[in-house]
Write a protein that binds this ligand. Structure first.
Ligand SMILES: Nc1nc2c(ncn2[C@@H]2O[C@H](COP(=O)(O)OP(=O)(O)OP(=O)(O)O)[C@@H](O)[C@H]2O)c(=O)[nH]1
Ligand SMILES: [Mg+2]
Length: 247
């Protein structure tokens, strides 16, 4: 059974090679049949060339270099994750970030839970045993508040859905229809999967702030985007008379 790792990249010239290599090393060490799908948007550093060189060395690395260079047209992180997932062949998919923020050891715990009866498993910084590491306190507050709201509004049973880092069964992606092209895809996918009846689980992880490269995080845009998203989803599920379970 193949595991597909989808990794979004935007100007990660210093991170992309070590990131892809460490995912490949993890999969090979654990004897996992894998593919790695790096998805690049709008990079104007060496990211694209490095990814092309990597795929020439290892046929399991299958970069998607997206041509449209406009943010307005939706060539952003969320749509990159979607495109990579659509192109994947794995039954299990892992979304992991190209800035090396996610702990490689967590992949194994995610896969173990997917092999159990969970459909979507989050690397969680805010559950017991998890840690936000050196993440900026303001960002940590924003992201944990995002999940807190989703727990109250939608009965989400896990503690960290604003981070894209997660694994899931391909059928979850096929059943749920996603619209967010930016960072909002992380909570959107979690909430829609939960409301569709899929089983959400979590494993503790430790986050690591990027050492190289420039952040794409925009505080105001993101806060506004999340609030709008929650409002839209509330309307959607209320209108469809879905039962909201409070945890
Ligand atoms: N394909 C693609 N990847 C993106 C885009 N924007 C960001 N990324 C990648 O998505 C991942 C997460 O973006 P980050 O810039 O790390 O955002 P963040 O984690 O909120 O912020 P920092 O970690 O503080 O930089 C990184 O691997 C980025 O390179 C985009 O428009 N397209
Ligand atoms: Mg990051």
């Amino acid at each position: 059974m193949t595991v597909s790792f989808i990794i979004p990249f935007h100007n990660e010239g210093k991170n992309c090679q070590p990131m892809v290599e460490r995912v490949a090393a993890f999969a090979e060490k654990n004897d996992i049949d894998y593919e790695i799908i790096p998805v690049d948007d709008r990079s104007n550093d060496k990211t694209r060339q490095i990814l092309k060189n990597l795929c020439a060395k290892n046929r399991r690395i299958k970069p998607v270099i997206r041509k449209e260079d406009s943010v307005e047209k939706g060539n952003t992180m969320g749509s990159a994750l979607m495109e990579g997932t659509v192109k994947s062949i794995g039954r299990f998919i892992i979304w992991t970030m190209g800035d090396m923020a996610d702990n490689t050891a967590t992949y194994k715990d995610i896969l173990d839970k997917l092999n159990g009866n969970y459909d979507m498993v989050f690397g969680s910084r805010y559950m017991p045993g998890g840690s936000r590491g050196n993440l900026d306190p303001l960002k940590a507050t924003l992201s944990s508040t995002g999940t807190f709201l989703a727990r109250i509004l939608f009965g989400i049973p896990v503690h960290d859905i604003t981070n894209a880092f997660r694994g899931f069964k391909k059928e979850v992606f096929q059943k749920v229809s996603l619209e967010e092209t930016g960072f909002g895809i992380s909570p959107e996918f979690a909430i829609k999967a939960h409301m569709a009846g899929f089983k959400l689980g979590e494993v503790p992880t430790t986050y690591a702030n990027r050492v190289e490269g420039i952040s794409n995080f925009k505080l105001y845009k993101m806060t506004r985007g999340y609030l709008l998203l929650y409002f839209k989803l509330l309307l959607k599920y209320r209108l469809h008379k879905k039962k909201l379970v409070l945890h």
